[in-house]
Design a protein around this ligand. Structure first.
Ligand SMILES: Nc1nc2c(ncn2[C@@H]2O[C@H](COP(=O)(O)OP(=O)(O)OP(=O)(O)O)[C@@H](O)[C@H]2O)c(=O)[nH]1
Length: 111
């Protein structure tokens, strides 16, 4: 779906970027896609929430491991957008209340 994402950028007020935290083989491609999204001009001041999903699965990587593989600290310090990270499970609902809270705040205070 990546190639069609830019067609939505101009109407975007908040961005949720979902990473499959149970699949370490996707880390590098997810990281490249995240960098590409963050460097898109229309999204320069759009708040971004990076979601590490599927934490209900036994083999998921910890947020600390994912942040380190993603070089999240470098990404956050170079990005023009405010970036927040959360661990969630869309399956069992873990973290979804925080996602809604973040969305409400992001849409209340547009960047
Ligand atoms: N265990 C678990 N499975 C999940 C979770 N979220 C989604 N899934 C499952 O992951 C599969 C893919 O989910 P989709 O919603 O289709 O996500 P997608 O991004 O389109 O999937 P991709 O094919 O990987 O691109 C489905 O079988 C979902 O049920 C989660 O938090 N935990």
């Amino acid at each position: 779906m990546g190639p069609i994402w830019p067609s939505y950028y101009s109407e975007c007020s908040a961005l949720l970027f979902v990473v499959d935290a149970s699949n370490p083989t996707q880390v590098s491609s997810s990281c490249i896609q995240l960098l590409s999204v963050l460097s898109a001009k229309p999204l320069a001041s759009v708040p971004v929430l990076v979601l590490f999903n599927k934490i209900d699965l036994p083999c998921y990587m910890s947020l600390a491991e994912m942040k380190s593989l993603f070089r999240m600290q470098d990404i956050v310090s170079c990005a023009t957008q405010p970036i927040t990270m959360l661990e969630i499970s869309a399956r069992d609902g873990t973290g979804l209340a925080e996602v809604l809270q973040w969305l409400r705040a992001a849409l209340r205070e547009p960047g």
